[in-house]
Design a protein. Structure first.
Length: 241
């Protein structure tokens, strides 16, 4: 049966919690042992009854025995946890590789920028392809309308009979005698500039992107920054007892 990240995470988390609990008990024993040592050192300046000294010695012996038991239990849990932790490491690193890539974090910002550039170029290509298709239809229909009963939108005078029989209206002509498209059945295809449309798209995208970046920065500033360091409270109680 394959182990997924969640199963392995909770397995390691339980062991880590157990290990932390044992360390906490060892630290508590260390503090109690330190108090006993401090009291014993005061014997020179403060009289200590023999029965109290005996109680301190007995408590110290009990603390050492309990610490030994806990240390033995801790070692067992630690050795059980090692292979489970390494399995979790492998699973988590594999998951990171699938999300971020095996090269790690170092070049991720640059690769994210590359992704943004790739997506932007993709949309520009998509837009220009749409413009080309739009203009192709407009040019083809306008060209094919030549010789048919059509009218021109820019003619100052129109033949009444021709207007009545017209099946389409060509947009133009301009001062150079060229047409910019055609209108048929209430729908028109007016030719557009590929460069102008692309520049307009990029300008609009840039404006929206700046607004988005401003909004994202504002949201980030409102959030608590996550630590870039992992602080571990190292327990050495079991080493000092």
């Amino acid at each position: 049966m394959m182990v997924n990240d969640d199963e392995q995470f909770f397995r390691v988390a339980r062991m880590h919690s157990e290990l932390t609990g044992l360390d906490s008990q060892l630290e508590s024993i260390e503090r109690r042992h330190a108090v006993g040592v401090a009291v014993t050192r005061l014997e020179m300046s403060l009289p200590i009854e023999a029965e109290d000294r005996t109680a301190l010695e007995e408590e110290a012996s009990e603390l050492r025995a309990r610490a030994a038991e806990l240390q033995h239990e801790r070692t067992a849990v630690q050795w059980q946890m090692v292979p489970e932790f390494l399995t979790l490491v492998e699973l988590e690193f594999s998951r990171l590789d699938s999300i971020i890539g095996p090269s790690g974090w170092a070049d991720l910002p640059e690769r994210c920028s590359d992704t943004l550039e790739t997506v932007t170029r993709s949309f520009v290509d998509r837009l220009t392809n749409a413009v080309d298709q739009w203009n192709h239809v407009g040019e083809t229909l306008t060209q094919f309308s030549s010789g048919l009963p059509v009218t021109d939108s820019q003619r100052s005078t129109h033949d009444a009979d021709a207007s009545a029989d017209s099946i389409a209206t060509r947009i133009g002509p301009n001062e150079r005698g060229n047409y910019q498209g055609i209108e048929v059945g209430g729908r028109s295809v007016e030719l557009v500039s590929r460069r102008r449309e692309a520049e307009g798209f990029l300008a609009g995208l840039e404006t929206r992107f700046h607004a988005l970046m401003s909004e994202v920065r504002t949201q980030l500033q409102r959030q608590d920054d996550s630590s870039t360091e992992v602080e571990l409270e190292l327990s050495s109680a079991h080493e000092r007892l």
